[in-house]
Design a protein around this ligand. Structure first.
Ligand code: HEC
Length: 208
């Protein structure tokens, strides 16, 4: 009996210490999304996500093994329209929104994403990821369309030149202003005027 009481007390103390430590850490760091997530936090979040994914979902295989040209071009459009704003047309996540979310949008061409099973990727796209910027698409998109996105994510590390060009021009249609805000202002203005701009005189004040 005494051993049980001691074990319970020690467990409660450990929990109190962990919660106290967490609160202390949060007070010190605030909740700003501007900080770079620490590797330990990233690892814990990733493992928690893995543990929370049902094993049946992890083992699902993509039923659409053959991807026709039509499926590929539809998936490209879908990806740019729904995912590009955060993940970028190339899936590398270097977008204005993606780089300011916490956690940041990952570079999906890298092994961390490519090592996920097809089922895991499908599950993430359908259900989203809690407490992150990743939305759930399962009520919006048909399963076939999501599987075609899984196939697209598999092609991201080495897209065919044709697909890469299509993704790029879908994101930045030649006759429209660029959507992803990656264009350099200098390039846009080139040739429009030879007149150099007057130097910028007013002073910016940034609040911290
Ligand atoms: C509003 C921004 C946003 C949009 C839009 C978005 N995502 Fe995400 N996505 C994220 C963030 C942030 C993560 C990282 C989540 C995490 O760390 O667990 C993520 C993670 C993922 C992952 C897991 C990759 C990995 O290695 O962790 C996949 C797959 C994914 N997104 C696919 C998609 C697809 C496909 C779409 C469009 C149908 C989409 N996302 C739309 C923000 C977004």
């Amino acid at each position: 009996m005494r051993r049980i009481i001691v074990t319970v007390l020690v467990t409660l103390l450990v929990i109190a210490a962990v919660l106290g430590g967490l609160l202390w850490w949060m007070r010190g760091h605030g909740f700003s999304a501007r900080a770079e997530p620490a590797w330990m936090e990233k690892m814990m979040a990733r493992n928690a996500r893995k543990i929370a994914t049902p094993p049946d979902a992890i083992n699902l295989k993509n039923p659409r093994t053959t991807q026709t040209a039509e499926m590929i071009s539809e998936a490209d459009e879908h990806f740019v329209e729904h995912c590009g704003m955060c993940h970028g047309a190339d899936g590398k996540g270097k977008t204005l929104i993606g780089q300011n979310l916490y956690p940041r949008t990952p570079d999906m061409t890298l092994p961390d994403t490519q090592q996920l099973s097809d089922g895991e990727i499908y599950y993430i796209i359908s259900n989203g990821v809690r407490l992150t910027g990743m939305p759930a698409w399962g009520s919006e998109d048909k399963p076939e369309a999501i599987w075609d996105l899984v196939a697209l994510i598999r092609r991201l590390p080495k897209p065919s030149p044709e697909e890469s060009k299509r993704l790029e021009s879908l994101a930045n249609p030649p006759d429209e202003a660029p959507k992803d805000q990656t264009e350099k202002p200098d390039e846009k203005k080139r040739g429009e005027s030879e007149q150099p701009k007057p130097p910028h005189k007013h002073v910016h004040t940034h609040q911290r």
